[in-house]
Design a protein around this ligand. Structure first.
Ligand SMILES: O=C(O)CCC(=O)C(=O)O
Ligand SMILES: [Fe+2]
Length: 334
């Protein structure tokens, strides 16, 4: 099974047809805007809430600096992620699974049982909260994996809570509104690895999608750009900044903000000369959290956009679909 992993092959001579997108769905790399970038917010600035409001309503994406996650830890996290994908095929095979219900699995593409065209990506998905429940199930190779990743997860969680409080305030809600509604949040991680690709203009590392969770904190590869964000119908390249983390609003914050903040489409493209690695941390509502727009954000001019639902219902629907299908939130419109 693990033979399916892209990272088991050092140099791919040509792009297998299963990865080739139809002409109308290719990335058109020459049309991507590379000199714009998403907003950067210094979390020590005095007007963080106003900057968050601006970034969330205009881009749904921003980078943060002075975010409190130690620089050495960020570097160690990236290093252990790279090391993991360099492990021998037999070692990686132990973790391989295509079943999205598994709480720890190494897989490839996105959802190979549902999709028609593959994505040029391998990924390791982990559940990360509570740590003492899940760390024992994680890979023990590389030997520093558990320690580095668990420390990174706790720091990122703290940052996530801080951001959720700023986002609540930016919506003129009580500071702990979102943290309370989301309940005992789950935390998932996707360590994405996109090897060098022989024909990057024909495929994606990860096709356009929105994140189904509440808030995502991405550690991008500092050496190569690849993440692109849709803004006013155009794809903007996110140029990684040293030690910055990339934040985006997921589907649940779009619903909980009654559509004021958008869970924006983004994608990862690949390139010929360099592999790329990214580490996405997803804060997810607890399964029985009720997602429903706050009274305060429902007005005559903006009625409730979505019906109430539990996150469990949403997440099951999300994984039962292919990313090419209609957007999952559309199915929850009131
Ligand atoms: O690799 C990236 O830059 C994006 C990853 C991503 O969007 C995801 O894992 O949901
Ligand atoms: Fe994503």
């Amino acid at each position: 099974m693990a033979a399916a992993l892209l990272s088991n092959v050092t140099d791919h001579a040509s792009l297998p047809s299963s990865y080739v997108r139809p002409e109308s769905q290719r990335p058109c790399l020459e049309e991507v805007i590379t000199n714009a970038n998403i907003p950067t917010i210094d979390l020590t600035s005095f007007d963080v809430v106003a900057q968050v409001a601006q970034a969330c309503s205009s881009y749904g994406f921003f980078q943060v600096v002075n975010h409190g996650v130690e620089v050495e830890l960020i570097q160690e996290m990236m290093e252990v992620a790279l090391e993991f994908f360099r492990l021998p095929a037999e070692e990686k095979a132990k973790h391989y699974s295509d079943d999205p219900a598994k709480k720890m699995r190494l897989s490839t593409s996105f959802n190979i049982k549902k999709e028609t065209v593959r994505n040029w990506r391998d990924y390791l998905r982990l559940h990360c909260y509570p740590l003492d429940e899940f760390v024992p199930t994680w890979p023990s190779n590389p030997p520093t994996f558990k320690e580095v990743v668990s420390t990174y997860c706790s720091e990122v969680r703290q940052l996530g809570m801080r951001l959720l409080r700023a986002i609540s305030l930016s919506l003129e809600l009580e500071e702990d509104y979102l943290v309370k509604v989301l309940g005992e949040q789950e935390q998932h991680m996707a360590i994405n690895h996109y090897p060098k690709c022989p024909e990057p203009e024909l495929t994606y590392g990860l096709q356009a999608h929105t994140d189904p969770n509440a808030l995502t904190i991405l550690l991008p590869d500092p050496t190569v750009a690849g993440l692109q964000v849709l803004k006013d119908g155009q794809w903007i390249a996110v140029n990684p900044q040293p030690n910055a983390l990339v934040i985006n609003i997921g589907d649940q914050l779009q619903a909980l903000s009654n559509g004021r903040y958008k869970s924006v489409q983004h994608r990862a493209v690949v390139n010929k000369d360099k592999g790329r690695t990214s580490v996405a941390s997803f804060l997810c509502p607890c399964n029985n959290a009720i997602i429903s727009p706050p009274e305060k954000l429902i007005t005559d001019g903006s009625p409730a956009m979505y019906r109430s639902y539990t996150y469990d219902e949403y997440y099951k629907k999300f994984w039962s679909k292919n990313l090419d299908d209609v957007h999952c939130l559309e199915l929850f419109k009131s």
